[in-house]
Design a protein around this ligand. Structure first.
Ligand code: C2O
Ligand code: CU
Length: 472
């Protein structure tokens, strides 16, 4: 099918709503979180949301590598908040974690964040205070740091992907942090948006153009597994950091909560329609969006686009100190299942009782046996690390669920999955662990302070799946 000029213009207009994330903000940047309304579902009434600057997602904050960012936050919510710059390597006091790196910003109060930007890439920002509810209600935005010499592409697009649980009237459903969500896959919604709205028209592409598509998963819990059909994207960066350009494994771009991917798409020279399908949950495959290729372009021979590396300290694996992080808990706990098997099918009543008690107290998940809930920062760090030293972290997911594990303050390198080397050894700030999976990562502890290490399924984080690493 080809798309007429008029259809293309109509579709472009419909996607004008993709504007906020595509438009750059002027210099003196300001974020004002507060209650607002947003047209999330076309044809439905507006949804009451919490938004930065009345925009869902919040405005794209755009800087150049090496610049110093200065962002004034004025809290117009009815509760405390903070802003965390996910993936940006900032000094500890600017990391925006309520009660750990700063006192929360009270309603009506202001706080100015200011930090240098060592790395180029696709990052994002969101509150780090009661995040499960604040992020879900709409507080999140893209944070883009352009390379000193940005690579030549025809268009640079930012897509903030989100997932909402809405009522039939398009209101954000309540019951945040209920035990059902907390002990299973988290709050997976029923409505998926690109830049804050459900796509209702094909997204227009120009035949023959080269796109840089920056994908950000801002959902609380949903993992995306995107298949691009004939578009055949090349992954050039993951979690903001350049990676050897490669085709997505199995043809699918997998993004756990908080994860990002930069794709290069060379759009075919002939017009037509292509769909992006999300096939991550095999029982719930759906079409994310149609893409309408307009016009006729020149077929160009393209060379792979390589982004310049960021100045990250490379861990010295021969001298790295090794630590194990064991994740436990949740429904269908493999430990419980093993014990039932060992006892010839009989559950151990003591084990059941203590699990039940812990769960009812909201301690559903644990890291190395420790379960920390929000606001409970008066605990010992999971690890105390020596500044400048290299570390290998062996993470064992002894649960029946996916966990995107996020480390603040430092970027790590993926080493292996279930003992098999990860092909491109990419840099990341969030590692998605499949149920039962073992993942090894390595990093240099080069940023002093107390840093959060937690699951980015925000309901899991809230229910105990967090801790801190101290670098001193
Ligand atoms: Cu995206 Cu602890 O955060
Ligand atoms: Cu988790």
């Amino acid at each position: 099918m080809t798309v007429s000029r008029r259809q293309f213009l109509a579709a472009s207009a419909a996607f004008g709503a993709l504007g906020p994330a595509a438009r750059a903000q002027p210099a003196g940047k300001q974020l004002i979180p507060g209650p607002s309304r947003a047209a999330i579902v076309p044809g439905q009434r507006e949804t009451e949301v919490w938004a930065y600057n009345d925009s869902v997602p919040g405005p794209t904050l755009r800087f150049r590598q090496g610049e110093r960012a200065r962002i004034l936050v004025e809290n117009r919510l009815g509760e405390e908040t903070t802003v965390h710059w996910h993936g940006v390597r900032v000094p500890n006091a600017m990391d925006g974690v309520a009660h750990l790196t700063q006192p929360p910003i009270a309603p009506g109060a202001r706080f100015t964040y200011e930090f240098d930007l060592p790395d180029a890439g696709t990052f994002w920002y969101h509150p780090h205070a009661r995040s499960a509810e604040q992020v879900e209600r709409g507080l999140a935005g893209a944070f883009i740091v352009d390379e000193r010499a940005p690579p030549g592409v025809d268009r640079d697009l930012v897509w903030v992907l989100d997932d909402w649980r809405l009522t039939p009237e398009a209101a954000v459903a309540g019951e945040f942090g209920n035990l059902m969500d907390a002990s299973h896959a988290g709050r997976i919604g029923n409505t998926v948006t690109i830049n804050g709205r459900v796509p209702s028209a094909p997204f227009p592409l120009q035949a023959g153009e080269r796109l840089r598509l920056r994908l950000i998963n801002a959902a609380n819990a949903r993992v995306f597994g995107l298949e691009f059909g004939t578009l055949a994207p090349t992954i050039v960066a993951l979690d903001g950091h350049p990676v050897e350009p490669h085709a997505p494994l199995g043809g699918r771009v997998v993004l756990g909560p908080a994860m990002r991917a930069d794709l290069i798409v060379d759009v075919a020279a002939a017009g037509g329609m292509v769909a992006i399908n999300d096939t991550f949950y095999r029982q719930r495959i759906y079409k994310l969006v149609d893409l309408a290729i307009e016009g006729r372009g020149r077929a160009r021979a393209r060379t792979a686009l390589r982004l310049p590396a960021n100045p990250l300290a490379v861990p010295d694996l021969s001298r790295a100190e090794r630590h194990v992080m064991e994740f436990g808990g949740g429904m269908m706990d493999p430990r419980l299942m093993r014990s039932i098997r060992e006892r010839g099918g009989q559950p151990d009543p003591d084990m059941i009782r203590s699990m039940r008690e812990r769960m009812l107290a909201g301690h559903v998940w644990s890291i190395n046996g420790q379960s920390v809930r929000h606001g409970e920062h008066h605990h010992e760090p999971l690890l105390t690390l020596e500044r400048g030293r290299s570390y290998v972290l062996a993470m064992n997911n002894d649960t029946a669920w996916h966990h995107p594990m996020h480390l603040h303050g430092m970027t790590f390198r993926m080493l292996s999955r279930n003992g098999v080397a990860v092909p491109h050894g990419e840099w990341r700030d969030t590692a998605l662990l499949d149920p039962g999976e073992r993942v090894e990562i390595a990093f240099v502890a080069d940023n002093p302070g107390d840093w959060m290490f937690h699951c980015h399924v925000l309901e899991h984080q809230e229910a105990g799946m967090m801790g801190t690493f101290r670098v001193s």
